[in-house]
Write a protein that binds this ligand. Sequence first.
Ligand SMILES: NC(=O)c1ccc[n+]([C@@H]2O[C@H](COP(=O)([O-])OP(=O)(O)OC[C@H]3O[C@@H](n4cnc5c(N)ncnc54)[C@H](OP(=O)(O)O)[C@@H]3O)[C@@H](O)[C@H]2O)c1
Length: 377
Amino acid sequence: MWVQPQNGCARNHDGVFLEAVQQLVPTTVATASAELPATIRNESELEEILTRPSAALIEAIKTISSPLLVLGAGGKMGPTLAVLARRAAEAAGHPLEVVAVSRFGNASSRQWLEARGVQTASCDLLDANAIIRLPDAANIIYLVGLKFGTAQNPAATWAINTLVPARVCERYPRSRIVALSTGNVYPPSAVSRGGAVETDSLTPLGEYANAAVGRERIFEYHAHRQHTPVTLLRLFYAVELRYGVLADIARKVHTGQPVALANGAFNCIWQRDANDLILRALPLTAAPARVYNLCRPEVFSVREIATRLGELLGRPPVFSGSETTTALLGNSAQLGTALDTTATPMETILHWTAQWVKHGGRDLGRPTHFEVRDGKY
Ligand SMILES: NC(=O)c1ccc[n+]([C@@H]2O[C@H](COP(=O)([O-])OP(=O)(O)OC[C@H]3O[C@@H](n4cnc5c(N)ncnc54)[C@H](OP(=O)(O)O)[C@@H]3O)[C@@H](O)[C@H]2O)c1
């Protein structure tokens, strides 16, 4: 089980490590009070939960003018983020047009969006001639990125992660831009420290992580040079049931594959909570750019989460290796002071995940590789 203060002690199989993790647990973690189902039985139910706006978002969306552009909307987070914005606007009685922009190699996500009232525009954002034809917009959520496949084609990773931000900033010099970055911009840090903070040096391992630093620097450059208001959000593992670090661990436990422990601690955030915060971060944009870590406040132990998922799945986990003193971790306290960061209860998410995996729920087939420690994705 993850380490919660009210649960007393974590199990004692790696005293030093777990003691370190336990000390990091905040005294309170605000949790969402809205009614949540005990299980999620299918993708329609999952999508309803993932696109259900918080009261804070329904209030905040009233200040967003049309159109809201979501760039890189065809990936894992974009579709539910765009529909979350639509539902918030509808609940607020605010006439907000949401335009999802991507190449939409996957036509089904385009149809899914349009069926839910989101407009779509197919655009290769590397193409300056195509980007010019996109509508003007005062508010932009930037989700474009490339991570997997970097080992085979590092040039593409650098192009997507650095050239596209430059094109977007040149096309939208006055727009407010909330741009997703990643926790991978930090090197691993001591678990006992409780996670990297925003002022830490960005000296990660590997080409993907360094290209992600490049993405940030290009946004910062334009925020500085042309006063584009920017917020950079360094996300640590969004999770839902079809992908994410919890689904990865649950699938390994369910199929009896070993769960690697060397990267023994992690942060994460339920994707709906992440998307809700991403949209509410638009008023935080500024020039020079502001930077926040984005995750739940707790540090989770891989061993404890696997053990709890094993209990829920009725199968004890198999482990490989042992915990080390460092892991890729972030401290999200700064975002917590800027925005109300109410979280979906972790025990509920674990129940949903175990049930989903047990009953053969859809897997996107995009593993996080949370166990990677050499930066090679
Ligand atoms: N999900 C996570 O757990 C996580 C964790 C840390 C950081 N992040 C960051 O959060 C962002 C969103 O995450 P995600 O999981 O949704 O990422 P994702 O699944 O990789 O989606 C990003 C999307 O960007 C679009 N894109 C790439 N190149 C493009 C181009 N030239 N023109 C137009 N669109 C392009 C792609 O959609 P098309 O193929 O349709 O063009 C792609 O699906 C990413 O930038 C990532 O770095 C995510």
